[in-house]
Design a protein around this ligand. Structure first.
Ligand code: NDP
Ligand code: MG
Length: 384
């Protein structure tokens, strides 16, 4: 199968880690990119827009770069968050959502309501608005497919299986740069250390979330919505080598895994080409000499993991609050205002103050999100 039979792509978050790798995959398999979006009118987006001469270019918050983009790209450039959600609704496209943060939710909903295939890297869409996403999927008749490597692994393990036969999934986590450290030792870790992920190269937010295990907490919630699993049937294991991308245990005790060297272009490509695979040049997987190790997560040093289960079990707006508080706390940590160990403290305090409700629409999620951000900002100031 070649790229000519695949839907063209809308790439949201085109200047990011996922966006850049999506553009690589698109070029490699010959799928056209009809639209791209990012947050700011950066030099990086300008270059991408020049390289993709036909693509619509959306800038959520252009600031002073607006005039330059207009001068360069005329009426193929659009501004404001509404332009990004409109791009996600372009008919008969596959929308790769590589936006970071809850800001990605509206575009995910827009893609699903338009009946598009949504290749979801922006796990915050499911964390913040999981039930709304499932409603949009049903109403719009689109497809929701994962890009996150663990969920792609699960998806690939259950192709051809009956969902009813899935007994349990085990998400793997690298453990991040601070694996093995005590809570006391974590008190003095730096931003530079947190941003040095041992196996994956990603944007700063998810890299920090990988270090706290909040990323894995989000992935537990993501798995709950994507695969309809109870929280008790979603486990996490630390696997520092990041070679087994997750496991599925079936009702008869058989366990499947998807394995390979860490490379996000593989799950991105599968999300675009499924149900088919496209031949690509790749290094053969040489298993001889590879060591794979697995251990229980340290839930005391990394309390974010259990905060995720707690918020997930509460449900409703609690997971939107979990994400919003974490976004604020991670920003404050990256700006040097709070310590690494303050991140779970801030999130836990904000979560504890929230009375969760079932969101009726995206505005309910937005309200819970902004309330949580305000509380989290106060908590960060109190700790700085
Ligand atoms: P990056 O920080 O590298 O990139 C984020 C992208 O989002 C940038 O293009 C940024 O634009 C854009 N963006 C931010 N806010 C908006 C907005 N309001 N509207 C439009 N675009 C916006 O992040 P990653 O690529 O690492 O991660 C993206 C998502 O994918 C996250 O949800 C992450 O959890 C998930 N993910 C990432 C993986 C990875 O390997 N990187 C693996 C699995 C999941 P600008 O450049 O202008 O700021
Ligand atoms: Mg992942």
């Amino acid at each position: 199968m070649g790229g000519d039979t695949l839907n063209p792509l809308v790439v949201l978050g085109a200047t990011g880690s996922i966006g850049g790798q999506t553009l690589d995959v698109a070029a490699r398999i010959g799928v056209p990119v009809v639209a791209m979006a990012s947050h700011s009118a950066s030099e990086a987006l300008h270059e991408l827009a020049l390289a993709h001469g036909d693509a619509i270019v959306c800038v959520a918050d252009p600031g002073e770069g607006r005039d330059r983009f207009e001068a360069s790209f005329g009426d193929r450039v659009h501004f404001g968050p509404g332009a990004v959600t409109e791009a996600a609704a372009l008919p008969n496209t596959t929308v790769v959502n590589g936006v970071v943060g809850a800001a990605g939710l509206r575009s995910s909903l827009s893609a699903l309501y338009a009946g598009n295939r949504l290749a979801l890297a922006n796990k915050e869409s499911l964390v913040a608005g999981g039930s709304l996403m499932l409603d949009a999927l049903e109403d719009g008749g689109g497809e929701l497919v994962p890009v996150d490597s663990e969920h792609s692994a699960i998806w690939q393990c259950i192709v051809g299986e009956s969902r009813a036969d899935v007994a349990r999934v085990i998400l793997t986590a690298s453990g991040g740069p601070f694996r093995g450290m005590t809570r006391k030792e974590l008190e003095s870790v730096t931003v530079d250390q947190a941003l040095h992920h041992p196996t994956w190269e990603m944007g700063p937010r998810i890299t920090t979330d990988s270090a706290t295990l909040m990323n894995k907490a989000f992935e537990v919630i993501e798995a709950h919505y994507l695969f309809g699993l109870d929280y008790g049937d979603i486990d996490v294991v630390i696997h520092p080598e990041s070679i087994a991308h997750s496991f599925v245990e079936f009702s008869d005790g058989v366990v499947k895994a998807e394995v390979g060297f860490p490379d996000m272009r593989r799950p991105i490509q599968f999300a675009i080409t499924e149900p088919n695979r496209v031949d690509t040049d790749h290094e053969p997987f040489r298993i001889a000499g590879i060591t794979m190790s697995f251990e229980e997560p340290d839930r005391e040093s990394f309390p974010c993991l259990d905060l995720g289960y707690e918020a997930g079990r509460i449900g409703g707006t609690a997971t939107a609050v979990l994400n919003a508080a974490d976004e604020v706390a991670v920003d404050a940590f990256l700006e040097g205002k709070i310590r690494f160990v303050d991140i779970p403290e801030v999130v836990s305090t904000v979560l504890g103050r929230h009375d969760a409700t079932i969101p009726r629409d995206v505005e309910d999620v937005a309200a819970a999100d902004s309330e949580a951000r305000a509380y989290a900002a106060e908590e960060c100031v109190a700790r700085s």
